[in-house]
Write a protein that binds this ligand. Structure first.
Ligand code: HEM
Length: 370
């Protein structure tokens, strides 16, 4: 069933077929769930991990150094703790004014591509600043990061390999610079942790590459999917423009209704009910977000909806998105900036979709400010 997802712009009819068969079903040798409660339970259950019991990771391309996203506790816990302080709500709040400036500065043309000219440059500028990447390197980082992020759900190309090598070389240079002159940024604090033997050089590189790419395509699609949803639902766009403080509610409903990440996988580390040790489960987060048992009228985009329990756009359990506070703030700032500066924004041509199963969103979205 899931092979039908490739190339399908709207995955929900397929998700509904999975849901109709039960909360946990077998499809082509893997377990699959479209059920919110089941996804949440598995993500929080320590008997499941992201690796096989022998410690190998499924489908590792070798393109990127391993990161804590692909690691189980206790290593996951140790590495995540070292990166977490940079993403605390207090730290993210301190960035808000700078993100607002970036958002404002990107909105100057009458006709533009919402993805290439707004949704993409915003998170790139933000993560570069957060990592303390010098302005002169930001363009290169952005190009490489985009190529590498694409490798999550597309076949590997020679360009991706080259990009991975160049990102490695750039980070090596920044690490050497921070060793010589530590600053107040996340690279410096991770370099200090490496000196104290809290993580290896390989783990340091894996963490930095993860931080660079995890927030790229994901946040681009939060902004892109959100603006499209608002323009397609004029009454809600009008409601939001009249009440910009609803921005956090808009962000949550976009994350539920059109999440950037549609699925993840877990592996049983022991027999758990029907699932044997080392068997994989595909968790359809995008389907769980439209589970009618949790969200009444799930296919309706409704910014006034009560999000309780939380959608699974940021996953759940120990791998819950470390950048969630940052992503929410970026979405909030982006939607408010557009509502304020471009209240008459409209679609100006056909949108094209990213042809991918995991990260879903628009490749291009031509818009006009009037
Ligand atoms: C709307 C934007 C975003 C979405 C939808 C999103 C989604 C996710 C999801 C679903 C996971 C967990 C995958 C799993 O459980 O297997 C995750 C993990 C992660 N995300 Fe995000 N993300 C977003 C933005 C960001 C940003 C801006 C950053 C910051 C750099 C970030 C950093 C991370 C990291 C470091 C992890 C790994 C956490 C761990 O393994 O403990 N994300 N994200």
């Amino acid at each position: 069933m899931l092979e039908q997802l490739t190339g399908s712009e709207d995955p929900h009819p397929i998700y509904e077929q999975v849901r109709a068969r039960g909360p946990l079903v077998r499809d082509n040798g893997v377990w699959v769930t479209a059920d919110h409660a089941m996804c949440n339970k598995i993500l929080r259950d320590r008997r499941f991990g992201v690796r096989y019991t022998d410690g190998t990771y499924p489908g590792m391309s070798g393109l990127l150094p391993e990161s804590f996203l692909e690691t189980d506790p206790p290593d996951h816990t140790r590495l995540r703790r070292l990166a977490a302080p940079a993403f605390s709500p207090k730290k993210i709040d301190e960035y808000r004014t700078r993100v607002e400036k970036v958002a404002e500065s990107l909105l100057h043309d009458d006709e533009f591509d919402l993805i290439a000219d707004f949704a993409a440059p915003l998170p790139i500028a933000v993560i570069s600043e957060l990592l303390g990447i010098p302005d002169s390197d930001t363009g290169d980082f952005a190009d490489y990061g985009r190529l590498i992020a694409a490798s999550f759900d597309q076949p590997m190309t020679p360009e991706m390999h080259l990009a991975a090598e160049k990102v490695g070389a750039l980070f090596e240079r920044l690490i050497a610079e921070r060793r010589a002159r530590p600053g107040d940024d996340v690279i410096s604090s991770l370099v200090a942790a490496e000196a104290e033997r809290k993580l290896t050089a390989k783990e340091l590189m894996g963490t930095l590459v993860l931080l660079l790419i995890a927030g790229f395509e994901t946040t681009v699609n939060l902004i892109g999917n959100g603006v499209r949803a608002l323009l397609d639902h004029p009454a809600q766009w009008a409601l939001f423009k009249a009440n910009p403080d609803m921005a956090p509610d808009v962000v949550e409903e976009v994350l539920r209704w059109a999440p950037p990440v549609h699925l993840t996988n877990r592996i049983a580390h022991e027999q758990v009910d029907l699932v044997g040790a080392d068997q994989e489960i595909t968790l359809l987060l995008g389907a769980a977000n439209r589970d009618p048992r949790v969200f009444p009228e799930p296919h309706r985009f409704d910014v006034l909806r009560v999000q309780q329990p939380e959608h699974l756009a940021f996953s759940s359990g120990v791998h819950y998105c470390l950048g969630a506070t940052l992503a929410r703030m970026e979405g909030d700032v982006a939607f408010r900036a557009l509502a304020r500066k471009m209240p008459d924004l409209r679609q100006a041509g056909p949108a094209t979709f990213r042809d991918s199963v995991v990260i879903r969103g628009l490749r291009s979205f031509p818009v006009s400010r009037s």
